[in-house]
Design a protein around this ligand. Sequence first.
Ligand SMILES: O=C[C@H](O)COP(=O)(O)O
Length: 232
Amino acid sequence: MALIIGNWKMNGLKAGLAEAKKVAEGAKPGDQLVICPPATLIMAMSEALAGSNVLLGGQDCHAKESGAHTGRVSAEMIADAGATYCIVGHSECRDELRDDDDVLAGKVEAILRAGLVPVFCVGESLETREAAKAESFVKGQLELVHGIADRVIVAYEPIWAIGTGKVPSTDDIAAMHQSMRDYLGEKTPLLYGGSVKPSNAAEILSVPHVGGALVGGASLKAEDFLGIARAA
Ligand SMILES: O=C[C@H](O)COP(=O)(O)O
């Protein structure tokens, strides 16, 4: 069964709890669903979804456990609020927070320290794809998790496919996932992310080595998120 992770990004006020409850109510036995809401909602959502087969994740974290880091959230806090997973290295964080490999290494270590599963995001820009360097670029990003390949989930998200409605060809998705599989070995779950919708999910999820999806926009409506789960 595919793992379908919804990344709500900076969307979802308290009213989002109702949407998450709809996901839990509509989930079928065996579904592997994860919602990564804003940190402000994790605790309430973990109470509301207790006993369901929808798990929760954070979207990012600080490398330190606690301290004078105004505005930041630690992996321990995310775990304490009821999450099981934490996204790290999303291209929006790499861009907005200027997260480089050193910072990301600290965050991955923190996520493991807190007992969470890291969902490590990689993906190339359009420029890199057009220069036929996508696979080597992604392999470079994956070096950071090569030594912990059995403790991490990797999400391949081409930056140009995020929120744009553009999706790589299934041949390109297959080639990238084969390349990641060859580099990381068999134990790492590999997800695809970037404009996944109910209408294209079945095709994407049938590509060899694609073990699930990291979903942004289409995870905000229970009907769409469950539609993707059904396609899996
Ligand atoms: O983390 C999720 C991704 O950035 C994909 O977002 P999207 O499904 O809105 O393209």
